[in-house]
Every structure is written in C-alpha cells, then in structure tokens.
Design a protein around this ligand. Structure first.
Ligand SMILES: [Zn+2]
Length: 328
C-alpha cells in the first residue's frame, strides 16, 4: 500500500526533525558485472490463488493462474506466491479446484507462503485474532507443498501492516519463528492493484482498446517505480541491494508478466529467490517502525535510522485517469 498524503506529510515532518544521515554498511559484493549494472530481484506475488474484482468464476481463476504461472516459468523466475487460504473455501467447504490452482504453482517448482487466512489487518484486529489467522492460514499450503517435498518458510503481512507497537510485533515474530516462518519484506512496492482494477473494468466492458491502454501505462509506471526504488536504495543503503518486488495475482499481472519481466531484464535484473535476496546483509538492518503506513523496508530502515526527508521525494504517481477508473 502506498502512503496517503496525510501520512506522508506527518512522515516528512518526522524526518526533517530526525537525527540526520547515518550511512549503512556497504557490502563488499560487486555491484557491476562486465561493466554493466547487474541487479537482482525476487518476485513475490500476493493474494493467491487469485484476486480480481470482475472475474471470479472457477474458469476465470483457472485461466488467470495458468497464464500467470506460465509466464513466470517462461522467464525462469523463482517466484513465491502468498496465499490467503480463506479464498479456498466456498460455503465453508474447501473447493478442490482452488487447491489445484495452488498445485499449479508448486508443480511448476514455485514456492508458496502464508499471507494469513483472511487477509487480516494487524492495525485493525487484536493481536490474538491476528495470530489465529496466521495459524489457520497454512493448512492447505503445507499439504500442497508437502506433495512436492517442501514446507512454507515465508510470511507476508497483509497491507504490509506490521503492528503499531514493538510488543505486538514481537508477539507476531515469535509465533512466526515458532512455525518456521521468516517475514517477507518488500523493497519495491507499488499501486498495481489500482491498474488491475481499471484493467478488469475495461475487460468487463469488453473495451479491449482501453484494457490495452491501461496495460501499457502500467508497465511504463512500473519502470519508473523500479527507477525510484533503485535510487532509494543508493540513498538509504549506499548501494543497490537485491530488491524484493510485490505484485498481486491479478489478471493484469497474468497478462502483463511477460512485459514486466522484459522491462526488468532491460534494467539489468536477474531473477533470484526470496531466500537468495534476503541473504544480502542489508536485510539484517534494524527496523523499529511502528507507524500506520504499509511502507517498504527501505523506508523502515531509513526511518529507524532517522534519515532526512529529501530521501523520499519523487515517488511515482498513478495517472489520475487510472485512479478515477479504479475508484468506480
Ligand atoms: Zn495482500
């Protein structure tokens, strides 16, 4: 989730009166490869099995998954999908068709993680409710992964809301560790869901010209988001770290994953697993952020270290027509 204007204003004030710049340790690992920038990114895909506001039939869910997984595999991306298991039940009964959607991921060699059962928001439910939602969020995922000899190892907080108090964060972290989970951070966040809503609307109206226009704008927007977060990384960490991209299991991303992957490849990225990316020392940085926003880990580290507000200027905007379209 992006910052709201109000939160951003509060944030800038905090930063202006912060403690000033404190550089982070720089890895000795080379950031260039044959004279060219060599970048790495882990692709994380949230809200599995599928998320669409217009296309929700079993056939739609299957088509979305087949298209998305197919494109991910074609580009040899070791992606991870984060599951909301509540979506696998219809009228209280587990829908085996949806379990098969998860199997499309695992049988393609892709990893699955826990995104809570019901997409719970830690900033609106009490900690006990949230912990229960994590605990009941991986029954099917564990079974489906066991079929291919694997277990889930990563947890993604819905809305990137990690708690409003350090004590709450510690309780959640402790439960996660006990269940063998590590928190999946995000360094490249974006508003893909707004473009996805506009795209789905255009498809529902059978306006293919508009759908194509939205999709083209989306890839251009994501290109600028990458440029922004690469610069953020240089400013905050002192170098470009291996990044973690968050996108959603939407029709837009299913249809446009090929174009997104090509955009990343053009920027010099190689695809890496989440585990590989998190082995970079930057991900050991302290994070004591307990503010209201679902912000990236780059920004959490910066806030934890009291870095200046100028760091955060220039975040790419979603075009107004996409915002208007998504709000319908
Ligand atoms: Zn989510």
């Amino acid at each position: 989730m992006r910052l709201t204007r109000a939160i951003a204003a509060t944030w800038a004030t905090t930063l202006v009166f912060g403690l000033g710049h404190a550089a982070m340790p720089v890895d000795s690992e080379a950031s260039s490869w044959g004279g060219e920038v060599r970048r790495r990114v882990a692709i994380t895909i949230d809200d599995l099995p599928t998320v669409s506001r217009n296309f929700t039939s079993a056939a739609d869910r299957d088509r979305l998954t087949t298209t998305l997984v197919g494109a991910v595999v074609r580009h040899h991306v070791p992606a991870i999908g984060f599951v909301n298991e509540g979506k696998l039940y219809r009228g209280g009964t587990l829908d085996e068709r949806d379990v098969d959607l998860l199997r499309q991921w695992t049988r393609a060699g892709l990893e699955l993680g826990n995104h809570t059962y019901s997409h719970a928001d830690l900033h609106t439910v009490d900690a006990d409710t949230y912990l229960n939602d994590i605990a009941r969020g991986d029954n099917v995922t564990r079974r489906v992964m066991a079929e291919v000899g694997r277990t889930p190892h990563f947890f993604r907080h819905p809305f990137l809301h990690t708690g409003r108090a350090l004590a709450v964060r510690a309780r959640v972290d402790s439960l996660l560790a006990g269940r063998g989970y590590r928190v999946a951070p995000v360094t490249i966040d974006n508003s893909d869901y707004l473009f996805a809503a506009a795209y789905d609307d255009a498809l529902a109206r059978r306006d293919s010209a508009e759908a194509k226009r939205v999709a083209t704008q989306y890839v251009a927007y994501m290109d600028t988001v990458f440029g922004f977060d690469e610069a953020q990384s240089r400013t905050i960490v002192g170098r470009e770290i291996p990044q973690v991209l968050l996108i959603h299991a939407s029709f837009l991303n299913a249809q446009m994953f090929d174009a997104l992957a090509k955009m990343m490849e053009r920027r010099g990225y190689a695809f890496a697993s989440l585990e590989e990316v998190l082995s970079d020392s930057a991900y050991k940085s302290a994070d004591t952020y307990v503010g209201p926003a679902g912000i990236t880990w780059l920004h959490r580290w910066a806030l934890t270290r009291g870095m200046p507000g100028a760091t955060f200027a220039g975040e790419p905007e979603v075009p107004p027509d996409i915002m208007a379209h998504a709000a319908r």
